[in-house]
Design a protein around this ligand. Sequence first.
Ligand SMILES: [Zn+2]
Length: 631
Amino acid sequence: MSSRSGLTLALFVAAGLGSPHLAGSGCSVVRTSTSHNGRLLLLGTALTSQGVIDARILVNNGTIASVLPSHEHEHSGWADLVNDIDDHLTVVRCGPDAVISPGFINTHEHIEFSTVRPLADIGERVDHRHDWRVGLRGYTARPAPVNETAGTEQDATRWGELRHLLSGTTSIVGGQMVPGLVRNLDYADGLEQPLRSWLHECKDGEDDSAVVESDLAAQVATWDTFPLGDAQGIIRIGDCDYSTSMVDGAAVARMHRYLPHVAEGVDDAAVNEFKCLSNSSFDMVPLPPGAAASIHTQKERRDDTQLPADMAKADESTAQPPGHLKPPRPVTQTPGTSSDILGPNIGLVHALGVPVSDYPLLAAKGVSVIWSPRSNVFLYGKTLDIHALLDAGINVALGTDWLPSGSASMTREAVCARDISTIKPISKSTVATDAGTSLNEKQRGLQARTIWQMMTTNAAHVAGMDGKIGTLKAGAAADIIIVASSPTTPSKGRGLGDAGREASGGGDDESYYAKAIYAEPASVQLVLRGGTPLVIDTSLQDLVPASSLSSSRCEQIPYSSVVSKILCLGHASEEQEEEEWYHYRHAVETVAGKPMSYAQLIRDHHAAGVYPAFYPPGEIPEDEPSCVSTR
Ligand SMILES: [Zn+2]
C-alpha cells in the first residue's frame, strides 16, 4: 500500500466512508458539516440510469456533482473528493433497507383541488368527460368545487403541493403553484433553484427581471385543460366545430412543451377530439360567422339547470394567479378547422380515446402520453392499453390527475399502474414458482423499474427537462429522495445489499425500484429539492442546523406514535435561503393572509374537514378511488 492510498483510506475512515453499509436499516448522519451550505455525500443503494448501484453521490451547490459506484472510490474523482474532505462535508450513510432515488415528477395535477375529498363512487362509469363534468346524456353531473371553507385556491394549492412533497414528489405540472414547495414545471417562477439559474444563464448579463421572467416562461410547459375550447361541454362527431377558442396548431409547434387534455373518454366524441388535433385535413371548413355563438346558446339552453361549480375549472387554462408567469395559450384564427399538433414537444394528457391503431403515429411523431390510470378507471371504467403504448415505443409518464378521482400521491398512482397492468389474474403460487421465467410483464403487470421510469426520466422528458431533473447523474439538480422500509411493514430479511443481489443472481433489482415507488409517506426518510433538505425523518435530524430546528423554519409532524418527520421549508443554502424564504413567506403571508405554521394549517384545515396531507403508516389514503376496471 502506497503512502498515498494509506492516507486516502485513513481519510475515508475518518469521514465515515469506510464501511459501505450500516448494520441496521434506514440512514444516519455520520458526519456533519460545520457550515450552513456545505457539500453533502450520500452513501447507499441508488437507482440510476445505469441500474441499481451501491453508490456515493456528492451534492454540491444544489447540483449532483458526481455519482460513482462505491468500488470506484480510488479513481481520481474520489481521490479529489477525499483530498477535499473538510469541515464543509456532511455524510449520510444508508443501510441495506434504504434506497436513494431521484424525486418523483408528477406530470399531471389539478393541484387547487387538494382540500376536497374524493368523489363518492355512485357506480356510474361514463363515456366522456363532459358526461360527468356537466351531466350530459343522462349522466350525473359530479361537481367538485374547490373547498372554499378551507381557504382560497392558493391555500389548497399549498396543501396539495405539501402532500406531494411529503410523499417524495419534487416536481409537478399542476396548473397552479405556490413557491417554495415542489418545483412547478408550468411556471417560470415555480421552477426553483438551480433550474431558474440554468435556464436563464444563456442570456448573459440580462438582469431586467421582467425580461428574465418572460424568457423563463418560454421554457416551461404549457398546460391546457380545454385545447378545443369545449369547457362548456361541447361534443362533436364528424367535424371540429367546437368553439372560437380552439388552440392555434401552428403556435403549438413553437412551444417548449404543450400538454393538452385530449380524448378524455372512450367513445366517438373522444376519438373526434384526437382527429381534430392530429389530422389537418379532417375538417378544413371554418366555423361560419356566428356559429360558435349558436353552439354556446344551444348548449346553454340544453343545460339551463345550473352548471356545476366545477365550471370554474373551465377557464383555468387562461386564468393564473397574480404574480405567477405561465406561457400563453394562443387561439386559432380559423376556428372550426382541424390541425395537426403532434410532435416531440407534445404530451397528451389522458389520451384515453386515442385508437390503438394510432399509437404508431404517436410514436413516429415523438409524442408523449401522460397516464393517470386511477382517474381513468374511476371515471370511465378503463384506462389505456399500457402494454400497447409501450410496445409502440411511446414515452409514457405518470400523473395523478386530481384528488376527486385520482391518486393522493405518485406512489399510490404507481400502485394503480401496477395493478391495472396485470392482464391475467395470477395466483400467488404461480408467481412464486414462475416469477422471472415464464411470466412476462403483460402477465405479471408492469415491472417496478418501468413504472419508476414513468415517474422520473420519462416524466422529465415530458417537461423538456431531460438530464436536469428525474435522474441521479452528475450535472442534474439534486432532487433526491431516500426511502427505507416502512416502520410498520419492514422488509423480510436483509437481502437488499450487494451481497443479496449477487446471491439471487443479480436479477432482484425490482425490489429496489418497488421500495421507492410504492413507498408510504412514513417510509420517506429524506426529500431534497436542489440539495435542500425539505422533509427529514427524525433519524436524520442532524442534517438540520440546531438553529433551524428551534426556529419556525422547521416543524415536526407526527405521523404516528413512533414516526415523525421534520418539515423545513425555510432551510436552504445561504444563497438560496434569502430568495426561497422570501418567496415562501410572501406566498403564505400575503396570499393566505396569515403566517406559515404547519401546525396552524393542520388546525385550520382539520377544522374545515380537508383531505389529509399524508396517510398514516400501514394505511392507504382515505376514500381512495377504485383502480379496478369495469369494462
Ligand atoms: Zn386533468
